[in-house]
Design a protein around this ligand. Sequence first.
Ligand code: ZN
Length: 58
Amino acid sequence: MTKGTPSMGKFHTPTHGRCRRCGRHSFNYRRDRCAHCGFGYTRTWRSYRWMKSIKERA
Ligand SMILES: [Zn+2]
């Protein structure tokens, strides 16, 4: 039995699926939240300063 990437093919239950808010394949079924927009744990859109370009930061 190996750990790591080669053993990932044994997981048949997907961890992430389509998000209802952003439409991305980033909704975590086990934790009920989206890794991209934060749907499930924040009402507002998940955003960080490093996500924007230097220009937008002003
Ligand atoms: Zn989302």
